[in-house]
Design a protein around this ligand. Structure first.
Ligand code: GLU
Length: 317
């Protein structure tokens, strides 16, 4: 009898303390519609992370409420690493500052995994709109304050902030038309239902290169290396700056060893030469940080954007 227990103890000792992660497919929630920047970046990263983890990373688009719908779903998901979020400056800094309904706490409800990339935004117009520069757009808006409208990826997103900051710094009125992500916003601007868009470069870059959109200016302090001929908005409106970023988050309470495994897979994905090349096309700066750096980044971004949101008087539409 004793011998039997001893054998059993030996067998149990040989088993790993916790089952290996991952044992099945992982769901990556994209909190915006397909075709937007978060979707474009998310699918590239999901594919490479899946290869590193030896399982599928399945993308699920849950758009709406400026990204807070999808982010809220992940905050409530089982904290086991099998449901993770492609967060952005929208879900983890701007939504809580702008939206009236706050379905989650961006710090308390999430376990940060990795800050993947920082991404420029761009002001672009349908080529039918007779403006070629930021100044010409300002002049047109001033000549007829009711004539223009801009599309964004939704209330509480960096593209909404980009538009409102532009309006307040240039002293113009332009109507805001929010969508469930820049994917559907782009569709309407390409079809000229709305003449202007603030978009992220990953989703806009192909349309700019093909001439279906005319880029007037990037929102970053420096020009985007992949579009050196497009000026910055700050060249016309000094001090103007916005950007977005993409980062992976798991629900709070996810075991640290699972977070570490996901962060390692993210780092490997961002070092893949094909991923590096794609990110360079978008002028997206690769960070591929660890969890602690992302936690610090979220706090710093919330503090950075609070006065900007207030000064630009960003409200819900
Ligand atoms: N990237 C979002 C989209 O895919 C827009 C908001 C953001 O940049 O965070 O539509």
């Amino acid at each position: 009898m004793k011998l039997r227990y001893a054998a059993l103890a030996l067998m149990l000792g040989a088993l790993p303390a916790a089952a290996e992660f991952p044992e099945r497919a992982i769901t990556l929630v994209i909190p915006f519609a397909a075709g937007g920047s978060t979707d474009v970046v998310g699918r590239i990263v999901a594919d490479r992370m899946g290869a590193d983890l030896g399982t599928q990373v399945v993308v699920e688009n849950v758009g709406g409420a400026g990204g807070s719908l999808g982010a809220g779903n992940v905050a409530l998901a089982e904290p086991d690493g099998y449901t993770i979020l492609m967060g952005t400056v929208a879900t983890h800094a701007l939504n809580p500052l702008i939206l009236q309904q706050k379905p989650y706490d961006p710090v308390a409800d999430f376990a940060p995994v990795s800050l993947l990339v920082v991404v420029p935004n761009v002001l672009a117009v349908n080529p039918e709109l007779p403006v070629n520069t930021v100044q010409e757009l300002i002049d047109l808006a001033k000549s007829d304050p009711t004539a223009l409208a801009y599309a964004s990826s939704g209330n509480g997103t960096p593209l909404h902030l980009s538009g409102e900051l532009f309006k307040s710094m240039a002293g113009v009125e332009i109507e805001h038309v929010p969508y469930k992500g820049s994917g559907p916003a782009l569709t309407d601007v390409l079809g000229n239902q709305v003449p202007i868009i603030f978009d992220n470069l990953p989703s806009a870059s192909g349309h700019i290169s093909s001439g279906k959109l005319r880029a007037l200016g990037v929102t970053t302090a420096e020009r985007a290396p992949s579009f050196p001929d497009v000026p910055t908005i700050a060249e016309t409106i000094p001090g103007y700056e916005t950007y977005t970023w993409n980062a992976l988050f798991a629900p709070a309470g996810t075991p640290p060893e699972v977070i570490e495994r996901l962060a390692a897979a993210a780092k490997a994905a961002m070092a893949d030469p094909a991923v590096v090349e794609r990110m360079a096309d978008f002028s997206a700066t690769i960070v591929a940080s660890g969890p602690e750096e992302l936690a610090e980044h979220v706090k710093a971004e919330m503090a950075k954007w609070e006065p900007v949101v207030k000064d630009a008087n960003v409200r819900m539409d």
